[in-house]
Design a protein around this ligand. Structure first.
Ligand code: GCV
Length: 681
C-alpha cells in the first residue's frame, strides 16, 4: 500500500493536470463570470442558496441579469420549473433552486436552454442511509457514517456541519429532497431525546438546500424505549406513545419528513408479532404524522424461512392489503422480488397494487455489485427496471408509470435509493461510484432519462471542464462513457449471468463467488444452493407453473412468456427455469456452453475496461487516474475468481468440458473454496 501511495505521489508530480481527490464530486469549482440575480419572494434560506450558487458558478454572459421568479403557472408540478437562458420560474422556492442547478449544469455541459419545462417525476426523492448510531454503515463501502459516530456521538462539530452542508448541496444539485438518516434496521435510541437533538442539528443544515430529514424507526420502540408492555398498533397506549413521540420530533424539526419502517422482516419486529397486518402498523404511524404533514414509507421487503419461494412472499402479503393503507403511506418496493441482485426481473408488486401508493427502492451502494472496488455504473440497471412493462393496465404500464402517478392516482409519489455515502474523502469509495449517487438523483427527477445522457453529464462535470484537452471528447468522454454503460452487464456476465442470482460469498460480505456456501444449520433461503439448485439434471430455480408458480404473479402476457423457456428472455432464464445442461439456447449453444461464454465475456470486458482507462491517462488528473486503475486491477482479479469458481463448481454437476475458446481456470476449486475466495483489494 505504501508503495502504491509513493507511486501516486510520483504520478501527481508528473501530470500536468491538477491532482483531485474527488471530494468536489460533480460540483468542481468553476471560474465564475459576474452575474446579477433578481429574485422575487421572501429572502428565504433556499433563495439565498440559489443566489449564492449562481454567483459561484455562472458560466453565461458576464454581467447578465438572472431572474428567479415565483409563479402560479399551473403547468408546473411539485418543485418543477421553467427555464430560460437567464430566467427560472417555479411554483416553490425549492423549484427555483433546482432551476438554478439545471441552468448551471446546462452551461457546464454545453446543453442549450430553450424555455424548457422540467417537472419532477416523483414528489419525494430520497436517500436511505443504512447508518447506525455507532457510526458503522450497513453495506457501506466508503468509510464511517457522515451523521453518527461512536464517541461523542451527540456533539456537533463545525466539521460535521461542513460535511452535512456539502452533502446537502450535492443532493440538491441533482434534485434529491429527502434523507432518511439512519438504518432501516433501526436502533430504538434514535428516538431518544438526546439523539433527537442531533437529528435537529442535521435537519437545520440540510434545510437551506431543500433536503428534508426523515427517520427509520423500530416498530417495537414503545417497548424498548417507552417501557410499554406491547407495541401492538391497535393498543391505545401504543397509539398515544407514537403520537407523543411524533409531536416531540416536530417541535424540534417542524418540516420533518416522516418515518421509514422495516417491519416483520429479517428478524425486525412488526405488527404481525401482535396478529396485526402491515396496514394496521403503517396506518397507526400514518395517523400520528398526518397532523404534521408527514409520510410513512412502509417497506415490502419481507420473506420468511418457511417460504418455498422467497420471491413470492412480498406479493402474497401485500396484494390482499391493496386499498387498506392511509393516503400518507407509501409502500416501498425493492426493484426486484429478491434483493438488489445484479439482475432481477421487476418486482411483481409494481402495477399489482392499484389502490396503494407505491415507490421503487434502488440500491446505490454496491452490496451485490462489487462493493466500492468494482466499477459498476448502475443507471442502466435502474433504467431497465423503470422501463419494464408490467402490462397491469395494458401495454405501456411501465414500472416508471405505475409509480409516478401516470397509471394509478397516487396521493404521494416517491423514489428511494440506499445511499453509498461515507466519510471517505471522495464520499463513495470508488470515484465512479459517485456517478451512481448522481444517476439516482437524475432518474428520480426524470424517470425517462437515458443512462447515456446521465453518464455524459456526469463525466463532463466530474472530469471535464474549460481546461480539458481539445480531443478530450473523442479520447476520454466517448470511450469512458461506453465503459460505464457496459460496466453493469460485465458484472452480470462474470458473476450471475442468465438469471442466476444470490450465489455470492456470504463470508466475504457478498463480495466474490460462493455458490457452495452452506454452513450447517443455516436457513436454506440464505444459502446460494436454494437459488441455483444445480444438480446433475440441470440448474436454475423452477418458478414456472410446474414449480413455485411465481410466474403467475406477473400479468399476461408476461406470465406465459416467462413460463416457457423458449420465450423467456435469456436474461431471466435460470431465474424462472431449472433446465438441463444441454438445453438448446436461442443462440444454438447448449446452456452449459452459453454459461461458460458469459463468464468468459465478463472477464474479457473488465480487461477491456483496463485498456480503455489506461489510454485515458493523459486526460485525467494523476490522483484519480491511479486510484481507478488500481481498482480496475482488483476488479479484474475478482472477475477471474468468479469465472473460475462458478465454472468449476457447476462443472461438477454438468460434467461437460469448458469450451476451448474460454480462458481456462487459473485456480482449482478446492483451493478456491479453502481460501474462501479472499478478494484482492
Ligand atoms: C438493511 C439485505 C441486506 C441487509 C439489509 C436488507 C434490507 O438483506 O443484506 O443488510 O438490511 O437487505 O434491505 O433490509
Amino acid at each position: 500500500m505504501k508503495r502504491f501511495f509513493l507511486f501516486l505521489l510520483f504520478l501527481s508530480a508528473a501530470s500536468s493536470l491538477r491532482a483531485e481527490d474527488g471530494h468536489q464530486l460533480w460540483l468542481r469549482p468553476q471560474r465564475a463570470a459576474p452575474v446579477k440575480v433578481v429574485a422575487t419572494g421572501k429572502n428565504s434560506l433556499l433563495l439565498a442558496t440559489a443566489r449564492q450558487e449562481l454567483q459561484q458558478g455562472w458560466q453565461g454572459k458576464p454581467g447578465a441579469s438572472v431572474a428567479l421568479t415565483l409563479t402560479k403557472d399551473k403547468t408546473i408540478k411539485y418543485d418543477g420549473f421553467r427555464l430560460g437562458p437567464t430566467s427560472v420560474q417555479a411554483a416553490t422556492e425549492a423549484g427555483l433552486l433546482y432551476g438554478v442547478y439545471e441552468l448551471l449544469r446546462r452551461q457546464q455541459t454545453g446543453q442549450p436552454v430553450q424555455n424548457d419545462l422540467l417537472n419532477p417525476s416523483y414528489e419525494h426523492r430520497l436517500l436511505n442511509h443504512w447508518d447506525n448510531p455507532d457510526g458503522s454503515v450497513e453495506r457501506g463501502y466508503a468509510g464511517q457514517s457522515i451523521f453518527w459516530r461512536k464517541d461523542s456521538a451527540l456533539v456537533t462539530t463545525s466539521q460535521d456541519k461542513t460535511r452535512w452542508q456539502e452533502y446537502a448541496r450535492a443532493n440538491a444539485s441533482v434534485g434529491i429532497n429527502g434523507a432518511v438518516i439512519n438504518n432501516v434496521n433501526a436502533a430504538p435510541q434514535i428516538l431518544s431525546a438526546e439523539y433527537l437533538t442531533r437529528v435537529k442539528a442535521i435537519a437545520d443544515v440540510l434545510r437551506p438546500y431543500g433536503v428534508k430529514t426523515y427517520l427509520a424507526v423500530k416498530f417495537s420502540s414503545p417497548v424498548l424505549l417507552g417501557g410499554l408492555k406491547t407495541a401492538d398498533p391497535l393498543d391505545p397506549a401504543v397509539v398515544k406513545w407514537w403520537q407523543g413521540k411524533t409531536k416531540e420530533i416536530y417541535r424540534l424539526v417542524p418540516d420533518f419528513g416522516g418515518f421509514l419502517v422495516k417491519a416483520s422482516s429479517e428478524g425486525q419486529p412488526g405488527p404481525q408479532d401482535y396478529g396485526r397486518t402491515h396496514a394496521d402498523g403503517a396506518n397507526m404511524l400514518a395517523d400520528a404524522v398526518r397532523p404534521h404533514g408527514g409520510l410513512v414509507m412502509w417497506r415490502a421487503f419481507v420473506y420468511s424461512p418457511n417460504d418455498k419461494d422467497r420471491a413470492k412472499q412480498a406479493y402474497n402479503e401485500f396484494v390482499p392489503l391493496d386499498g387498506k393503507f392511509r393516503d400518507n403511506v407509501i409502500v416501498q418496493v425493492k426493484n426486484g422480488p429478491i434483493d438488489f441482485q445484479p439482475r432481477e426481473p421487476f418486482s411483481p408488486l409494481f402495477g399489482a397494487l392499484k389502490k396503494t401508493s407505491v415507490m421503487p427502492e434502488f440500491q446505490i451502494t454496491q452490496e451485490y455489485l462489487g462493493h466500492s472496488i468494482d466499477l459498476a455504473f448502475l443507471a442502466p440497471m435502474w433504467e431497465e427496471c423503470l422501463g419494464s412493462d408490467t402490462h397491469q393496465a395494458g401495454p405501456g404500464s411501465t414500472v416508471a408509470r405505475c409509480t409516478d402517478g401516470s397509471v394509478y392516482p397516487q396521493k404521494h409519489t416517491a423514489m428511494a435509493g440506499v445511499a453509498n455515502v461515507g466519510l471517505d474523502t471522495n464520499w463513495t469509495g470508488h470515484d465512479f461510484a459517485q456517478a451512481n449517487w448522481y444517476a439516482f438523483g437524475r432518474l428520480a427527477w426524470n424517470n425517462q432519462l437515458k443512462s447515456a445522457q446521465i453518464a455524459d453529464e456526469w463525466l463532463k462535470l466530474t472530469f471535464g471542464g474549460p481546461t480539458a484537452a481539445a480531443d478530450w471528447n473523442t479520447q476520454f468522454l466517448t470511450p469512458v462513457k461506453q465503459l460505464m454503460l457496459d460496466s453493469r452487464e460485465a458484472i452480470v456476465n462474470y458473476s450471475m449471468p442468465l438469471g442466476l442470482h444470490h450465489i455470492m460469498s456470504a463470508t466475504r460480505e457478498h463480495y466474490g463467488p460462493g455458490p457452495w456456501w452452506a454452513p450447517p444449520k443455516m436457513r436454506a433461503d440464505w444459502t446460494p444452493r436454494y437459488y441455483h439448485q444445480a444438480d446433475s439434471a440441470g440448474v436454475g430455480f423452477n418458478r414456472t407453473k410446474t414449480g413455485s408458480d411465481a410466474v403467475s404473479q406477473y400479468h399476461e402476457p408476461l406470465a406465459t412468456q416467462f413460463n416457457d423457456p423458449t420465450t423467456c428472455p435469456d436474461e431471466y432464464l435460470l431465474w424462472f427455469h431449472h433446465l438441463p445442461w444441454d438445453f438448446k439456447m436461442k443462440s444454438g449453444n447448449t446452456l452449459w456452453n452459453e454459461l461458460c461464454a458469459h463468464y468468459d465475456k465478463g472477464v474479457q470486458q473488465v480487461r477491456q475496461f483496463q485498456k480503455v482507462w489506461d489510454k485515458a491517462q493523459p486526460y485525467v488528473d494523476a490522483e484519480r487516474f491511479a486510484v481507478v486503475q488500481h481498482k480496475l486491477r482488483s476488479q479484474s482479479g475478482n472477475a477471474v475468481q468468479w469465472k473460475d469458481a462458478c465454472l468449476l463448481y457447476f462443472q461438477q454437476f454438468s460434467r461437460m468440458p469448458i469450451p476451448a475458446d474460454v480462458e481456462p481456470p487459473m485456480n482449482n476449486l478446492d483451493a478456491i473454496i479453502a481460501n474462501d475466495m479472499r478478494p484482492r483489494r
